[in-house]
Design a binder for this molecule. Structure first.
Ligand SMILES: [Zn+2]
Length: 495
C-alpha cells in the first residue's frame, strides 16, 4: 500500500514537473549563474482551503524546482503567525499561536522571512518563542523592539552568496513592514528611510538586490519609483495576486493569500556582462497539484494536535453543520464596516442563545477568517475559523441612553475591529431603532453581548467594562458564541 502510494506520488510529480515545463527563464548553454526564489506571502492555513494551497502543495512546487536547480530558495513576505483557527487551539494551556506554521516552514524548508503586521498579533512571550523555533532567517530594517533595537534573530539585511560551478552571484535582501500593528513590544521607523539606507549600503556589495516587503501596494510603488536600483520587490499584505511591472522599475509581486498561488522567480546572472535576466511565473496551487507526502505527514500531525484540543473544548471539528447555499462574507473589509449575512447569522444566534434578549451586540473584529466562504458544506472547524477566539455570550440589562452610547461608538469605530455588529437594531439615518421605534433613554433593555466587549479591552469602548460599572446589570452567562453560531446555521440551513 505504502509503496503504491509513493509510486503514485512520484508519477504525479513527474507529470506535474512536465506540466509546469521547468523551462528556465533563460536559455541553457550560456555562462549564467541561475537561481530561483519561490515566493509565498500571507499564509494562515497549513491545509488547503477549498482544495487550494496548503503547505504540502507548496513543498511539491518547491521540490520540483529544487530538483532541477539546487539553488532554489523559498521566501515569505510576512503574515503567517496569525490569524489562524489552528493557532487558537489550546495545547497544555498554551495557544499554538503560530507554532504550527513555524514548524511547517522549517519542514519545507523556508530560507528567509520578513515581518507582516500579523506577526505582532501574538503576545510578546509567544512572539519570542516563535522566533526561537524558526530555523529560517529574518530580515527587517524598520521594525524594532520596544527599546528601538533589533528583534531576536533579526538581521537588518542579508547577503547570500550563491555558487554555481566556478562562478557566484551575491544576492542582497532587506525587509520593510507596514506600521499598522502597534503592539507594545515593537516600534517602527519610516520604511522609506529604511529602504533608502539599505539600498545605499547593499547595492555596491551585491549583484542582485531584493526587497522583501509587507506594505500596501501603493507604498510598494513608492519604493519602486524611489529606488530603481532594486531588482525586484517581493511583497505581501494584499491577499489577491498583484503583478506590477513598470518599464525600468523593479517589478512588484504578491501571490494570493493562503498559498492559493506562489510566485516562482527565475534569475540568471551573467558575471561578465553583469546583466540580470528575470522571469516571474505565477503557479496556482489548485486541486490537481499533488501534496508532498513528507510535508503532508507533518501537516496532519499539527491538524491532529489542534483538533484534539478543540475536542477537549467541546467541539467536533469534522462534523458537518449544514450545506449553506449562499456565500458568507467574513472579509475584514466588510465585517469591520457593515453588516453582512454572516455577521447577522452570528448576532441572531446570540439572541437565540440568550432567551429574553431584545438586542445582540458583538465586535466585528471577532470575525477573523478574512475571507468569503463559498456556498457548500460547512463544518464545525469552519465556524472555528470564522470565530477562532470564541467567548461566552452574556445577558445584561442597560438603560436606553447607555445603549445608544454603545451603538454610536460602534459606528464611530467603522473600519476597525471595534465596529459593532448587531441584531434587533435598525437605523433611520443615524437614529437607532428597536422594533421600528426610537430607543427610549429611561427604559431598560435586555442585551446579549460578547464577554470580550465587557472586559473594556475594545478600542474606544474601555468604559463598557462590566466590573464596578453601575450602568450594567449582568443577568446571566450563556454558551460560547461559536455554539450559538452553529445552532443558528443549523436552524437556517440544516436539513
Ligand atoms: Zn498584512
Amino acid at each position: 500500500m505504502k509503496l503504491t502510494r509513493a509510486l503514485v506520488f512520484a508519477l504525479l510529480c513527474a507529470i506535474f514537473a512536465f506540466a509546469i515545463g521547468q523551462k528556465p527563464g533563460v536559455e541553457p548553454g550560456d555562462n549564467l549563474v541561475r537561481f530561483n526564489l519561490i515566493q509565498i506571502n500571507d499564509v494562515y492555513e497549513i491545509t488547503p482551503v477549498s482544495k487550494e494551497g496548503g503547505m504540502a502543495k507548496i513543498a511539491t512546487v518547491y521540490n520540483s524546482y529544487k530538483q532541477v536547480n539546487p539553488n532554489t530558495f523559498m521566501v515569505i513576505a510576512g503574515d503567517f503567525f496569525s490569524p489562524s483557527a489552528l493557532g487558537t487551539a489550546r495545547v497544555d494551556g498554551e495557544r499554538l499561536a503560530g507554532k504550527q506554521m513555524v514548524a511547517m516552514l522549517n519542514a519545507i524548508p523556508l530560507y528567509l522571512a520578513t515581518f507582516g503586521n500579523h506577526e505582532f498579533d501574538v503576545n510578546e512571550a509567544q512572539f519570542g518563542q516563535r522566533m526561537e523555533e524558526s530555523k529560517f532567517g529574518w530580515v527587517s530594517s524598520n521594525v524594532w523592539n520596544a527599546q528601538g533595537t533589533a528583534l531576536p534573530k533579526t538581521e537588518m539585511n542579508r547577503i547570500q552568496v550563491i555558487e554555481s560551478g566556478e562562478q557566484q552571484v551575491r544576492v542582497g535582501y532587506f525587509g520593510v513592514t507596514i506600521p499598522s500593528n502597534p503592539a507594545k513590544y515593537v516600534t517602527y521607523t519610516d520604511f522609506m528611510e529604511a529602504a533608502s539606507k539599505q539600498v545605499k549600503e547593499l547595492r555596491p556589495k551585491v549583484d542582485v538586490l531584493i526587497a522583501i516587503t509587507h506594505l500596501a501596494y501603493e507604498d510598494d510603488i513608492k519604493i519602486a519609483r524611489a529606488f530603481p536600483e532594486i531588482d525586484m520587490i517581493i511583497g505581501g499584505h494584499e491577499h489577491e495576486m498583484h503583478r506590477i511591472e513598470i518599464a525600468s522599475l523593479p517589478g512588484i509581486y504578491k501571490a494570493d493569500a493562503n498559498a492559493r498561488s506562489v510566485f516562482v522567480h527565475e534569475f540568471g546572472f551573467d558575471p561578465i556582462t553583469r546583466k540580470l535576466q528575470k522571469k516571474s511565473t505565477l503557479r496556482r496551487l489548485t486541486a490537481d497539484i499533488p501534496e508532498d507526502p513528507t510535508v503532508k505527514t507533518e501537516v496532519d500531525k499539527w491538524v491532529k494536535i489542534a483538533f484534539d484540543a478543540f475536542r477537549k473544548d467541546g467541539f467536533n471539528p469534522e462534523a458537518k453543520v449544514a450545506d449553506v447555499p449562499i456565500a458568507l462574507d467574513g472579509s475584514e473589509a466588510s465585517v469591520r464596516n457593515k453588516p453582512t449575512e454572516l455577521a447577522k447569522i452570528i448576532a441572531e444566534g446570540m439572541l437565540a442563545a440568550a432567551p429574553g434578549s431584545e438586542i445582540a451586540i458583538y465586535n466585528g473584529g471577532s470575525i477573523r477568517i478574512d475571507d468569503t466562504i463559498q456556498p457548500g458544506e460547512l463544518t464545525e472547524y469552519d465556524v472555528i475559523r470564522i470565530l477562532p477566539f470564541g467567548g461566552k455570550i452574556v445577558s445584561i440589562k442597560i438603560k436606553g441612553a447607555y445603549l445608544k452610547r454603545i451603538l454610536a461608538q460602534g459606528i464611530a469605530n467603522k473600519g476597525q475591529g471595534g465596529y459593532l455588529q448587531t441584531a434587533g437594531v435598525t437605523y433611520n439615518g443615524d437614529q437607532p431603532l428597536y422594533k421600528g421605534a426610537a430607543i427610549e433613554d429611561g427604559r431598560d433593555y435586555s442585551i446579549a453581548i460578547s464577554d470580550f466587549l465587557l472586559t473594556g479591552n475594545e478600542q474606544n469602548l474601555g468604559w463598557l467594562k462590566k466590573d464596578g460599572n453601575p450602568d450594567i446589570t449582568v443577568v446571566q452567562t450563556h454558551e460560547d458564541i461559536r455554539n450559538a453560531t452553529i445552532a443558528e446555521l443549523k436552524r437556517r440551513f440544516g436539513n
